[in-house]
Design a protein around this ligand. Structure first.
Ligand code: HEC
Length: 152
């Protein structure tokens, strides 16, 4: 290789490095109209029966039933969905609570959607859920994500 093309190659490598990492595949896109439209459909078809048509969750969602299972929590600002970073929400939806939290024997009524929904559909439904939160809760969730990224 000529000296000049070596320099050019080095420069383009530097350029690549300075662009940083691409967004991870689980990154929610609450401002993306396409993701919202798809997510709303997925929510109605797959999540609303438990988490409520208006994201309100099931009654007494903090109390375990006789079998020790929790009811479905709300996905609106009154729940704790927004306490979790994107990656955790994605993993809970794809793999279920036990796998996502690494609790082998944890018994949960939350289904795992791997093989039912594509990764894009999972990101879309979580993006739509986030798009329904008030601006201050969305901002707090952005901070949860930033804190999780800093720990990585
Ligand atoms: C059969 C009922 C049911 C359906 C359908 C369902 N969920 Fe759940 N979901 C639950 C229950 C119950 C929990 C609480 C699980 C636990 O902690 O044991 C839960 C918890 C969650 C959590 C964790 C929330 C938190 O604050 O910790 C997320 C995220 C979630 N569900 C997303 C979804 C999405 C997205 C869909 C649709 C694709 C969906 N769920 C469909 C029952 C359901």
């Amino acid at each position: 290789m000529k000296k000049r093309s070596v320099l050019a190659a080095a420069a383009s490598l530097l350029l690549l490095a300075s662009c940083g990492q691409p967004d991870p595949p689980y990154r929610l896109r609450a401002d993306d109209a396409e993701a919202q439209a798809l997510g709303r459909k997925v929510y109605t078809n797959h999540c609303a029966s438990c988490h409520g048509a208006r994201l309100e969750g099931q009654p007494n969602w903090r109390l375990r039933d006789a079998a020790g299972r929790l009811p479905a929590p709300p996905h609106d600002a009154s729940g704790h969905t927004w306490h979790h970073p994107d990656e955790v929400l994605f993993r809970i939806t794809k793999h279920g609570v036990a796998k996502a939290a690494n609790l082998k024997d944890y018994d949960s009524a939350m289904p795992a959607y791997e093989g039912v929904l594509t990764d894009a559909e999972i990101v879309a439904v979580l993006s739509w859920i986030k798009s329904q939160w008030p601006a201050d809760v969305r901002r707090q969730h952005d901070e949860v994500n930033a804190a999780a990224a800093a720990r990585r």
